[in-house]
Design a protein around this ligand. Structure first.
Ligand SMILES: Nc1ncnc2c1ncn2[C@@H]1O[C@H](COP(=O)(O)OP(=O)(O)O)[C@@H](O)[C@H]1O
Ligand SMILES: [Mg+2]
Length: 327
Protein backbone atom coordinates (compact mmCIF):
# COMPACT_ATOMS: atom_id res chain seq x y z
CA UNK A 1 0.00 0.00 0.00
CA UNK A 2 1.43 3.36 -1.06
CA UNK A 3 0.61 6.05 1.45
CA UNK A 4 1.33 9.04 -0.76
CA UNK A 5 -0.32 9.23 -4.14
CA UNK A 6 2.28 11.72 -5.31
CA UNK A 7 5.79 12.03 -3.99
CA UNK A 8 8.04 14.76 -5.36
CA UNK A 9 11.64 14.78 -4.19
CA UNK A 10 14.37 17.37 -4.80
CA UNK A 11 12.92 18.38 -8.15
CA UNK A 12 14.87 21.02 -10.08
CA UNK A 13 14.11 22.32 -13.55
CA UNK A 14 15.33 25.21 -15.68
CA UNK A 15 14.46 26.73 -19.04
CA UNK A 16 17.24 27.07 -21.53
CA UNK A 17 17.04 30.59 -23.02
CA UNK A 18 19.29 32.85 -25.09
CA UNK A 19 19.84 35.02 -22.00
CA UNK A 20 20.83 32.07 -19.82
CA UNK A 21 19.11 29.47 -17.67
CA UNK A 22 15.83 30.43 -16.01
CA UNK A 23 15.81 28.45 -12.76
CA UNK A 24 12.04 28.03 -12.44
CA UNK A 25 11.93 25.04 -10.05
CA UNK A 26 14.63 24.70 -7.39
CA UNK A 27 14.97 21.60 -5.28
CA UNK A 28 11.30 21.16 -4.50
CA UNK A 29 9.91 18.31 -2.38
CA UNK A 30 6.35 17.59 -1.27
CA UNK A 31 3.85 14.76 -1.02
CA UNK A 32 0.13 14.56 -1.68
CA UNK A 33 -1.83 11.80 -0.03
CA UNK A 34 -4.90 10.13 -1.38
CA UNK A 35 -7.92 12.42 -0.93
CA UNK A 36 -5.76 15.31 0.24
CA UNK A 37 -5.82 18.78 -1.22
CA UNK A 38 -2.52 20.54 -1.56
CA UNK A 39 -2.11 24.21 -2.40
CA UNK A 40 0.72 25.93 -4.19
CA UNK A 41 0.75 29.69 -3.73
CA UNK A 42 3.06 32.52 -4.75
CA UNK A 43 3.28 35.60 -6.93
CA UNK A 44 3.10 35.40 -10.68
CA UNK A 45 6.37 34.13 -12.16
CA UNK A 46 7.51 32.18 -9.09
CA UNK A 47 7.31 28.82 -10.88
CA UNK A 48 3.89 27.37 -10.00
CA UNK A 49 2.87 26.46 -13.55
CA UNK A 50 6.36 25.11 -14.21
CA UNK A 51 5.89 22.71 -11.28
CA UNK A 52 2.47 21.62 -12.57
CA UNK A 53 3.70 21.01 -16.09
CA UNK A 54 6.79 19.17 -14.88
CA UNK A 55 4.64 16.89 -12.71
CA UNK A 56 2.78 15.83 -15.83
CA UNK A 57 5.97 15.87 -17.89
CA UNK A 58 4.30 18.38 -20.20
CA UNK A 59 6.98 21.03 -19.86
CA UNK A 60 8.10 22.84 -23.06
CA UNK A 61 11.04 21.65 -25.16
CA UNK A 62 13.49 24.20 -23.79
CA UNK A 63 13.09 22.93 -20.24
CA UNK A 64 15.59 20.63 -18.56
CA UNK A 65 14.95 18.58 -15.44
CA UNK A 66 18.33 18.52 -13.72
CA UNK A 67 17.50 16.55 -10.62
CA UNK A 68 14.79 14.84 -8.68
CA UNK A 69 12.08 12.27 -8.65
CA UNK A 70 8.32 12.33 -9.25
CA UNK A 71 6.54 9.21 -8.07
CA UNK A 72 2.87 8.72 -8.76
CA UNK A 73 1.33 5.72 -7.02
CA UNK A 74 4.87 4.50 -6.43
CA UNK A 75 5.85 4.72 -10.11
CA UNK A 76 8.71 6.98 -11.18
CA UNK A 77 7.59 9.35 -13.97
CA UNK A 78 10.95 10.88 -14.85
CA UNK A 79 12.48 8.94 -17.69
CA UNK A 80 9.27 7.25 -18.91
CA UNK A 81 8.64 7.13 -22.66
CA UNK A 82 5.99 9.37 -24.20
CA UNK A 83 3.69 6.37 -24.64
CA UNK A 84 3.97 5.30 -21.03
CA UNK A 85 3.46 8.86 -19.89
CA UNK A 86 0.33 9.27 -21.96
CA UNK A 87 -1.17 6.27 -20.23
CA UNK A 88 -0.25 7.57 -16.78
CA UNK A 89 -1.71 10.99 -17.60
CA UNK A 90 -4.99 9.54 -18.78
CA UNK A 91 -5.22 6.96 -16.01
CA UNK A 92 -4.35 9.02 -13.03
CA UNK A 93 -4.08 12.77 -13.48
CA UNK A 94 -6.15 15.53 -15.06
CA UNK A 95 -5.20 19.16 -15.29
CA UNK A 96 -7.52 22.15 -15.40
CA UNK A 97 -5.60 25.27 -16.35
CA UNK A 98 -6.40 28.95 -16.45
CA UNK A 99 -7.25 29.23 -20.13
CA UNK A 100 -8.86 25.79 -20.35
CA UNK A 101 -12.34 27.14 -20.98
CA UNK A 102 -11.06 28.75 -24.16
CA UNK A 103 -9.54 25.51 -25.39
CA UNK A 104 -12.87 23.95 -26.45
CA UNK A 105 -13.07 23.26 -30.18
CA UNK A 106 -15.55 25.94 -31.35
CA UNK A 107 -17.23 23.81 -34.01
CA UNK A 108 -17.90 20.63 -31.99
CA UNK A 109 -20.69 20.30 -29.41
CA UNK A 110 -19.52 20.10 -25.79
CA UNK A 111 -20.91 16.62 -25.15
CA UNK A 112 -19.27 15.24 -28.27
CA UNK A 113 -15.89 16.63 -27.19
CA UNK A 114 -16.14 14.93 -23.80
CA UNK A 115 -17.28 11.68 -25.42
CA UNK A 116 -14.25 11.80 -27.69
CA UNK A 117 -11.93 11.81 -24.68
CA UNK A 118 -13.92 9.00 -23.06
CA UNK A 119 -13.87 6.88 -26.23
CA UNK A 120 -10.07 6.89 -26.16
CA UNK A 121 -9.94 6.02 -22.52
CA UNK A 122 -12.81 3.54 -22.31
CA UNK A 123 -13.12 2.06 -25.84
CA UNK A 124 -15.38 -0.70 -24.50
CA UNK A 125 -18.07 1.72 -23.29
CA UNK A 126 -21.23 2.17 -25.36
CA UNK A 127 -22.22 5.65 -26.50
CA UNK A 128 -25.17 5.52 -24.10
CA UNK A 129 -22.91 4.63 -21.17
CA UNK A 130 -20.76 7.65 -21.94
CA UNK A 131 -23.79 9.90 -22.29
CA UNK A 132 -25.10 8.72 -18.92
CA UNK A 133 -21.77 9.38 -17.28
CA UNK A 134 -21.54 12.87 -18.77
CA UNK A 135 -25.04 13.64 -17.51
CA UNK A 136 -23.99 12.50 -14.04
CA UNK A 137 -20.85 14.65 -14.14
CA UNK A 138 -22.82 17.66 -15.39
CA UNK A 139 -25.17 17.28 -12.47
CA UNK A 140 -22.19 17.18 -10.12
CA UNK A 141 -20.74 20.43 -11.45
CA UNK A 142 -24.11 22.18 -11.66
CA UNK A 143 -24.74 22.03 -15.41
CA UNK A 144 -27.93 21.07 -17.16
CA UNK A 145 -27.84 17.95 -19.35
CA UNK A 146 -28.86 20.04 -22.36
CA UNK A 147 -25.41 21.69 -22.34
CA UNK A 148 -24.07 18.58 -24.09
CA UNK A 149 -25.91 19.62 -27.23
CA UNK A 150 -24.53 23.14 -27.23
CA UNK A 151 -21.52 24.66 -28.92
CA UNK A 152 -18.87 26.39 -26.77
CA UNK A 153 -19.89 29.90 -27.92
CA UNK A 154 -23.39 29.29 -26.57
CA UNK A 155 -22.05 29.00 -23.00
CA UNK A 156 -20.97 31.66 -20.49
CA UNK A 157 -17.39 31.63 -19.15
CA UNK A 158 -18.50 29.99 -15.90
CA UNK A 159 -20.44 27.28 -17.74
CA UNK A 160 -17.48 26.57 -20.00
CA UNK A 161 -15.18 26.20 -16.99
CA UNK A 162 -17.69 23.87 -15.26
CA UNK A 163 -17.74 21.77 -18.42
CA UNK A 164 -13.92 21.70 -18.31
CA UNK A 165 -14.14 20.25 -14.80
CA UNK A 166 -16.62 17.63 -16.05
CA UNK A 167 -14.17 16.80 -18.85
CA UNK A 168 -11.32 16.53 -16.34
CA UNK A 169 -13.39 14.07 -14.29
CA UNK A 170 -14.62 12.03 -17.24
CA UNK A 171 -11.70 9.58 -17.20
CA UNK A 172 -11.79 8.98 -13.43
CA UNK A 173 -8.48 10.56 -12.41
CA UNK A 174 -7.04 10.04 -8.93
CA UNK A 175 -5.42 13.46 -8.93
CA UNK A 176 -6.61 16.76 -10.34
CA UNK A 177 -4.21 19.63 -10.84
CA UNK A 178 -6.07 22.92 -11.00
CA UNK A 179 -3.78 25.78 -12.11
CA UNK A 180 -5.52 29.13 -11.49
CA UNK A 181 -8.77 27.64 -12.79
CA UNK A 182 -10.91 30.61 -11.83
CA UNK A 183 -8.58 33.55 -12.41
CA UNK A 184 -10.27 34.61 -15.66
CA UNK A 185 -13.77 34.58 -14.13
CA UNK A 186 -15.65 37.23 -12.18
CA UNK A 187 -15.69 36.94 -8.40
CA UNK A 188 -19.17 35.48 -7.90
CA UNK A 189 -18.65 32.81 -10.54
CA UNK A 190 -15.17 32.17 -9.14
CA UNK A 191 -16.68 31.36 -5.79
CA UNK A 192 -19.23 29.00 -7.32
CA UNK A 193 -16.57 27.13 -9.30
CA UNK A 194 -14.37 26.78 -6.21
CA UNK A 195 -17.32 25.26 -4.36
CA UNK A 196 -17.97 22.82 -7.20
CA UNK A 197 -14.34 21.71 -7.26
CA UNK A 198 -14.32 21.21 -3.49
CA UNK A 199 -17.61 19.34 -3.55
CA UNK A 200 -16.54 17.03 -6.35
CA UNK A 201 -13.19 16.41 -4.69
CA UNK A 202 -14.85 15.38 -1.41
CA UNK A 203 -17.50 13.33 -3.14
CA UNK A 204 -15.06 11.37 -5.26
CA UNK A 205 -12.23 11.28 -2.71
CA UNK A 206 -9.80 12.79 -5.21
CA UNK A 207 -6.43 14.30 -4.49
CA UNK A 208 -6.17 17.90 -5.57
CA UNK A 209 -3.26 20.19 -6.28
CA UNK A 210 -4.68 23.68 -6.28
CA UNK A 211 -2.48 26.44 -7.67
CA UNK A 212 -3.20 30.12 -7.16
CA UNK A 213 -1.53 33.47 -6.57
CA UNK A 214 -4.36 34.19 -4.12
CA UNK A 215 -3.62 32.88 -0.64
CA UNK A 216 -7.23 33.46 0.48
CA UNK A 217 -8.44 31.02 -2.16
CA UNK A 218 -5.82 28.48 -1.11
CA UNK A 219 -7.03 28.83 2.48
CA UNK A 220 -10.53 27.81 1.45
CA UNK A 221 -9.46 24.98 -0.77
CA UNK A 222 -6.60 23.08 0.82
CA UNK A 223 -5.44 20.92 3.75
CA UNK A 224 -1.76 21.55 3.13
CA UNK A 225 0.01 24.53 1.62
CA UNK A 226 3.37 25.23 0.03
CA UNK A 227 4.44 28.85 -0.40
CA UNK A 228 6.71 29.39 -3.40
CA UNK A 229 9.13 32.23 -3.91
CA UNK A 230 11.58 32.55 -6.82
CA UNK A 231 11.35 28.87 -7.75
CA UNK A 232 11.69 27.47 -4.22
CA UNK A 233 9.26 26.34 -1.57
CA UNK A 234 9.99 28.71 1.33
CA UNK A 235 7.34 27.37 3.70
CA UNK A 236 5.21 24.24 3.76
CA UNK A 237 2.78 22.79 6.27
CA UNK A 238 -0.83 22.17 7.24
CA UNK A 239 -2.87 25.10 5.87
CA UNK A 240 -4.47 26.03 9.21
CA UNK A 241 -1.15 25.95 11.02
CA UNK A 242 0.62 28.05 8.38
CA UNK A 243 -2.18 30.62 8.53
CA UNK A 244 -2.19 30.66 12.31
CA UNK A 245 1.55 30.96 12.70
CA UNK A 246 3.31 31.80 9.46
CA UNK A 247 7.07 31.57 9.90
CA UNK A 248 8.51 32.90 6.68
CA UNK A 249 8.47 36.67 6.10
CA UNK A 250 7.17 36.12 2.58
CA UNK A 251 4.21 34.09 3.86
CA UNK A 252 3.51 36.83 6.38
CA UNK A 253 3.75 39.47 3.67
CA UNK A 254 1.28 37.52 1.50
CA UNK A 255 -1.13 37.20 4.43
CA UNK A 256 -0.75 40.87 5.38
CA UNK A 257 -1.56 41.96 1.83
CA UNK A 258 -4.74 39.85 1.65
CA UNK A 259 -8.09 40.92 3.11
CA UNK A 260 -8.93 38.57 5.96
CA UNK A 261 -11.10 35.69 4.91
CA UNK A 262 -12.51 35.38 8.40
CA UNK A 263 -13.75 38.95 8.36
CA UNK A 264 -11.60 40.33 11.19
CA UNK A 265 -10.46 43.87 10.52
CA UNK A 266 -6.78 44.42 9.88
CA UNK A 267 -4.62 46.96 8.16
CA UNK A 268 -3.55 45.72 4.76
CA UNK A 269 0.04 46.20 3.79
CA UNK A 270 1.05 46.03 0.18
CA UNK A 271 4.00 43.92 -0.76
CA UNK A 272 6.51 46.29 -2.35
CA UNK A 273 9.04 45.42 -5.00
CA UNK A 274 9.30 42.69 -7.56
CA UNK A 275 10.36 39.08 -7.31
CA UNK A 276 13.95 38.58 -8.52
CA UNK A 277 14.80 37.48 -12.02
CA UNK A 278 15.30 33.74 -12.12
CA UNK A 279 18.14 34.03 -14.61
CA UNK A 280 20.66 35.44 -12.17
CA UNK A 281 22.04 33.28 -9.44
CA UNK A 282 20.65 34.54 -6.15
CA UNK A 283 23.04 34.87 -3.22
CA UNK A 284 21.63 34.70 0.28
CA UNK A 285 17.89 34.54 0.89
CA UNK A 286 16.01 35.34 -2.33
CA UNK A 287 13.39 37.31 -0.37
CA UNK A 288 15.84 39.45 1.66
CA UNK A 289 15.77 42.49 -0.71
CA UNK A 290 12.01 42.81 -0.04
CA UNK A 291 11.92 41.48 3.51
CA UNK A 292 10.60 44.03 6.04
CA UNK A 293 12.82 42.58 8.77
CA UNK A 294 16.03 41.35 7.13
CA UNK A 295 18.88 40.35 9.39
CA UNK A 296 22.56 40.20 8.51
CA UNK A 297 22.14 36.44 8.33
CA UNK A 298 19.55 36.82 5.54
CA UNK A 299 21.95 38.74 3.35
CA UNK A 300 24.77 36.34 4.08
CA UNK A 301 25.76 35.23 0.63
CA UNK A 302 26.74 31.78 1.71
CA UNK A 303 23.38 30.98 3.30
CA UNK A 304 21.59 28.35 1.28
CA UNK A 305 17.89 27.87 0.96
CA UNK A 306 17.06 24.96 3.28
CA UNK A 307 13.82 24.05 5.00
CA UNK A 308 13.95 23.47 8.74
CA UNK A 309 11.25 22.12 11.02
CA UNK A 310 9.28 24.87 12.74
CA UNK A 311 6.26 22.89 13.93
CA UNK A 312 4.31 19.69 13.47
CA UNK A 313 4.75 18.79 9.81
CA UNK A 314 5.55 22.48 9.28
CA UNK A 315 8.81 23.62 7.66
CA UNK A 316 10.22 27.02 6.70
CA UNK A 317 13.39 28.31 5.08
CA UNK A 318 16.20 28.41 7.63
CA UNK A 319 16.87 32.06 6.84
CA UNK A 320 13.62 32.98 8.55
CA UNK A 321 14.45 30.98 11.62
CA UNK A 322 15.87 34.33 12.77
CA UNK A 323 12.46 35.94 12.35
CA UNK A 324 10.90 33.03 14.22
CA UNK A 325 13.21 33.70 17.15
CA UNK A 326 12.22 37.38 17.14
CA UNK A 327 8.59 36.58 17.87
N1 LIG B 1 9.04 28.26 -21.92
C1 LIG B 1 9.70 29.10 -21.12
N2 LIG B 1 10.94 29.55 -21.47
C2 LIG B 1 11.63 30.38 -20.66
N3 LIG B 1 11.18 30.83 -19.48
C3 LIG B 1 9.97 30.42 -19.09
C4 LIG B 1 9.15 29.54 -19.87
N4 LIG B 1 7.99 29.32 -19.23
C5 LIG B 1 8.07 30.02 -18.08
N5 LIG B 1 9.24 30.68 -17.98
C6 LIG B 1 9.73 31.51 -16.85
O1 LIG B 1 9.77 30.67 -15.71
C7 LIG B 1 9.44 31.39 -14.55
C8 LIG B 1 8.29 30.69 -13.84
O2 LIG B 1 7.11 30.78 -14.62
P1 LIG B 1 5.74 30.08 -14.27
O3 LIG B 1 6.03 28.67 -13.89
O4 LIG B 1 4.80 30.30 -15.39
O5 LIG B 1 5.30 30.88 -12.97
P2 LIG B 1 3.84 31.07 -12.31
O6 LIG B 1 2.96 29.97 -12.81
O7 LIG B 1 4.11 31.01 -10.85
O8 LIG B 1 3.37 32.42 -12.73
C9 LIG B 1 9.10 32.80 -15.01
O9 LIG B 1 10.26 33.58 -14.84
C10 LIG B 1 8.78 32.62 -16.48
O10 LIG B 1 9.06 33.79 -17.20
MG1 LIG C 1 1.05 30.15 -13.73
Amino acid sequence: MVESLLEVKNLSMHYDTLDGNVDAVKDISFTVKSGESFGLVGESGCGKTSVAMTLLQLQPDNSVITEGSIKLDGKELIGLSENELRKVRWDSVSIVFQGAMNAWNPVVKIGEQIREAMREHYPENSKQQNINKINELFKMVGLDESISERFPHELSGGMKQRAVIALALSCDPKLIIADEPTTALDVVIQDQILNEIKKVQDLLGLSLIYISHDIAVIAEMTDKIAVMYAGSIVEIGPTQEVFKSPKHSYTRALLDSTPSIRGEKKKLRSLDGEPPSLINKIDGCSFSPRCPTPTTQCKNQSIEMRLVKVGDDHFADQCCSGCVKNE
